[in-house]
Write a protein that binds this ligand. Structure first.
Ligand code: ADP
Ligand code: MG
Length: 582
């Protein structure tokens, strides 16, 4: 027999820590705040096959977290071990770590929670006549006692961190802790559409979903009807990976990522790779600093992902990172293109009315027109797109302030930003040429000479060959001058100086980008500089052509910087604005 942890020789300075201290240290990784307790307990209830999970909180969860489930329950022998560290029913051998399908597997959560709170489990195994309960008071684990109980499990965690004052002080206001608990419950509820959830705080119902509600219905319950109605479905499969769910039009993007949810085989994640892939899917449709809103479930063989890289299990490591990234980014992009990106006039009307002191009403969503003909798709996609929107042929047109085009629609009217739309059209054309590898060049009889700083000149000359691929021929002409000799014929309004300086700026800012991305960014700048501007007078025929060319594109709904190209007013908006609705 080896000596116990604290009975080592006098000379030794190293000692094994007593078990309760070990558990408290481990608890630091797993249990940060009430929301972490909620997450671990609800995940256990889900692993137990529950169909209904109730979460009750007091004081933001700091005073009490109570989770009740109707899952398989635990027999006496399991209850005895439930609070013991590294005790789990979900894993037996190290091989099992290679393909984990349950949410838990570390056998750490209950031990950690019990070591920093007053915890009690009451449980009755399915089909058994009686239940049992066991207590853990800050690491003092009792014996199971017989107790009356419903089938399933009830876990109560009181006075979190009562024995770790430093951590207790670290907790925020109850309202803040409650918000975090709500976030956890909503994420888990969205990840498990088959299961009913109820969350109450101080006896008041904060959130609930019934078991029959699908993901979209749950999004509506959690985040409102306007978002739910605007979501576009995504469904894509490739090489054993399957991505499904919903993406929101870019205008729903937020400063935070609270409405960005990824589920991997039923587990919600905050994985950096998936966040980047989502962002990539929205590139060009969104301002860079905003976080798109999407609810996506990725399913793949558990053996192809390591979930054992993070104590809270919220990050994972994919074995084929590049393949996952490419697949997700592509599928998201295809779905985003189906979004109706126009700013709904309803928002503007509501804001205007609110300024005038009128009551806000529920928003009136635009009823999308049916698509005249489905565009060709890559075989990868299996969309059904009830929500996709195709603008109808141009009706009556009017230019306002040499900047906006007003256009009638069967359902109202829309206001188009002429520059934003033309910029998108020019860019898509340039991009298609780049991909096809052939540019129609416009050669200048007299090269345009452009003054640059020395560093700009170096950048541009260094990228000369790449730029030639994109249709630009540039030759250095002295110390700080460059000669533009040819440019893509699609660029209608050449302002050589602006164009070349915009290219230099794109090269400067794009140092970290890959070759293709850099060229795309150059083309974006060029499209911006060489398109119709605000202030340009347009003939009726020019406006008509602009709109027709936009219609021919897959998406003409945002400019290349992600600003919308149009604001749309429906009849309902007008009725609301004139206070004709009841
Ligand atoms: P893990 O979930 O990683 O296995 P936990 O400490 O969270 O570790 O739970 C330990 C064990 O207790 C689980 O493996 C499971 O067998 C049992 N258990 C916990 N919560 C429940 C529950 N709500 N219903 C049934 N069994 C549970
Ligand atoms: Mg667990």
């Amino acid at each position: 027999m080896s000596a116990g942890p604290l009975q080592q020789s006098e000379r030794a300075r190293i000692a094994l820590l007593p078990e309760n201290v070990r558990n408290q240290i481990a608890a630091g990784e797993v249990v940060e705040r009430p929301a972490s307790v909620v997450k671990e307990l609800v995940e256990n209830a889900l692993d137990a096959g529950s169909t209904r999970i109730e979460v009750e909180l007091e004081e933001g969860g700091g005073r009490l977290v109570r989770v009740r489930d109707d899952g398989c329950g635990m027999p006496f022998e399991d209850l005895r071990l439930a609070f013991a560290p590294h005790a789990t029913s979900k894993l037996r051998t190290s091989e099992d770590l290679e393909h984990i399908a349950s949410l838990g597997f570390r056998g750490e959560a209950l031990a950690s929670i019990g070591s920093v709170a007053r915890a009690r489990i009451t449980s009755r195994e399915r089909g058994e006549r009686t239940g049992w309960r066991i207590d853990d008071e800050g690491g003092q684990i009792g014996e199971p006692l017989e107790a009356g109980a419903a089938e399933g499990t009830l876990i109560e965690v009181r006075e979190l961190f009562f024995n770790v004052p430093a951590r207790r002080r670290f907790l925020k206001q109850p309202a803040t802790e409650l918000a975090r608990c709500l976030d956890v419950v909503q994420r888990l509820a969205l990840a498990h559409p088959g299961v009913a959830f109820v969350l109450t705080h101080e006896g008041k119902r904060v959130f609930d979903v019934e078991s029959g509600m699908d993901l979209r219905a749950r999004v509506r319950r959690a985040f409102g009807a306007e978002l739910a109605a605007a979501l576009v479905p995504l469904e894509s499969e490739q090489a054993g990976m399957r991505l499904s769910g919903w993406v929101a039009p870019p205008r729903f993007a937020r400063a935070d990522s609270s409405r960005q949810m990824f589920f991997l085989n039923g587990r919600y994640l905050r994985d950096k790779l998936l966040v980047r892939a989502l962002k990539e899917g929205y590139r060009g449709f969104l301002f860079d600093t905003r976080s798109p809103v999407a609810f996506l479930e990725l399913a793949l063989d558990p053996a192809r992902v390591d979930v054992n890289v993070h104590p809270q299990k919220s990050e994972v490591r994919f074995r084929e990172e590049r393949a996952v990234f490419g697949f997700v980014a592509h599928a998201v992009r295809e779905a985003v293109k189906q979004c109706d990106m126009a700013t709904p006039g309803a928002q503007l009307v509501e804001r205007a009315l609110a300024r005038e002191g009128f009551e806000p009403t529920r928003s009136l969503p635009f009823a999308p027109e049916p698509r005249p003909h489905a565009p060709e798709r890559q075989p990868l996609q299996v969309f059904e797109r009830p929500g996709s929107f195709v603008p109808p042929a141009p009706g009556a047109l009017l230019q306002v302030a040499r900047t906006y085009i007003v256009r009638t629609l069967p359902e109202g009217f829309e206001v188009i930003d002429q520059h934003a739309l033309h910029e998108r059209i020019t860019y898509e054309g340039l991009l298609a040429d780049l991909r096809a590898g052939k540019f129609e060049r416009q050669r200048l009889l007299l090269p345009e000479l452009v003054e640059l700083s020395r560093s700009e000149l170096l950048l541009v000359t260094g990228a000369r060959e790449e730029l030639a691929r994109a249709g630009f021929e540039l030759e250095p002409f002295g110390e700080t001058t460059i000669a533009l000799q040819a440019y893509p014929a699609r660029l209608q309004r050449l302002r050589a100086g602006e164009l070349v300086r915009a290219i230099a700026a794109a090269l400067e800012e794009g140092k970290k980008l890959g070759r293709e991305e850099l060229l795309e960014s150059v083309l974006q700048r060029a499209a911006c500089r060489a398109s119709v501007m605000a202030g340009d007078e347009l003939e009726l025929s020019e406006m008509r052509e602009l709109i027709e060319r936009g219609r021919a594109l897959e998406s003409d709904q945002t400019c290349v910087h992600g600003r919308p190209t149009r604001v749309r007013f429906t009849l309902a908006d007008l009725e609301r604005a004139f206070l004709r609705t009841t």
